[in-house]
Design a protein around this ligand. Structure first.
Ligand code: AMP
Ligand code: MN
Ligand code: MN
Ligand code: MN
Length: 292
């Protein structure tokens, strides 16, 4: 029986709804065999999740999703099999988190100008043990009746050109890939179908990503359509990049897809786990290993 991989997910350490222990338990119940936790710019959930994964007989992979500015656009680079203790990665992520705090102040100041008061404290009320992000502002704005739901609040306030959007400089692509790779991990371009790049820039991005040491792109991911699977499988082939799979799970009702429900990679893809020891185990002996 083939294994179910989910290599992109979030917890309350970033903008997910489940705690690291809850996420692992949920993944196990949904039939995931190999799970990576990839919180935004924060590795604070990994140790607890890894511990919990042992109890469930689930293979766990240390991950992170790094915010990057490339050609004035925000893109996300997922790091898998990272060492969260690697000093440069640790320092880089700490700087990104500090940047998130300044950005939050900027966002609150511009919302204030638009007549929405108290959003900084309001947003921090929704932060758990990790980063502050746009989701925490969204939750505050919905709770205080400014918008009816998260989707509406993003559209009206939290995206480029809207009052609560604050231009921010994240990591650059070269350093993000370097932190990941030097820590022992592999770099994955997250959800490329979500970047409004056009073909020319997508080709440039993939070229640069590969030249800098990137390994894979997400082909099957929660926010991709069937047409995206086909498109990005082709790009992966074109650039000899491997392919990754992940729900990008954030919680019930706030995710594109439930865990354990992703379709298989198209046949022309080389899975990122091709040479991973995790891929050698079958579901049966994962369970056996754990109970032994
Ligand atoms: P940030 O890194 O703080 O800018 O927040 C980005 C996160 O916000 C993404 O990872 C998503 O979880 C969430 N997000 C972005 N756009 C939307 C949207 N239109 N609706 C709901 N959530 C969104
Ligand atoms: Mn998110
Ligand atoms: Mn992302
Ligand atoms: Mn994500």
């Amino acid at each position: 029986m083939s294994l179910t991989f989910d290599l992109h997910s979030h917890t309350t350490i970033s903008d997910g709804m489940l705690s690291p222990t809850e996420l692992v338990a949920y993944a196990a119940k949904q039939g995931v065999d190999v799970l990576a936790l990839t919180d935004h710019d924060d590795t604070g959930g990994l140790a607890i999740a890894a511990e919990e994964a042992k109890r469930w007989g689930l293979q766990f992979i240390n991950g992170v999703e790094i915010s990057v500015t490339w050609k004035k656009r925000t893109i996300h680079i997922v790091g898998l099999k990272i060492n969260p203790e690697y000093p440069e990665l640790k320092a880089g992520l700490a700087a990104l988190r500090a940047g998130r705090n300044w950005r939050a102040e900027g966002m609150a100041a511009s919302l204030d100008k638009a007549g929405i008061k108290g959003s900084l404290n309001g947003a921090y009320q929704y932060v758990n043990d990790g980063i502050i992000g746009r989701i925490h502002f969204a939750r505050f704005l919905v709770e205080s009746g400014v918008s009816k739901d998260t989707k509406a609040v993003f559209k009206k306030y939290l995206v480029k050109g809207k009052p609560g959007y604050f231009e921010h400089q994240w990591a650059n692509l070269e350093e993000a890939i370097r932190w990941i790779v030097d820590s022992g991990g592999v770099a994955v371009l997250a959800h490329p179908g979500r970047y409004d790049l056009g073909r020319t820039n997508m080709l440039l991005l993939l070229e640069e990503f590969r030249a800098l040491g990137g390994t894979a792109i997400e082909v099957v991911t929660g926010s991709h359509t069937g047409a995206h699977y086909v498109e990005f499988a082709k790009y992966a082939q074109m650039f000899s990049l491997k392919s990754s799979v992940g729900t990008d799970y954030h919680g019930k009702g706030v995710s594109f897809m439930e865990m354990g429900r992703l379709p298989a990679l198209p046949n022309n893809c080389v899975p990122i786990w091709q040479d991973w020891p995790e891929a050698l185990l079958t579901s049966t002996n994962v369970t056996k290993n754990n109970t032994a």
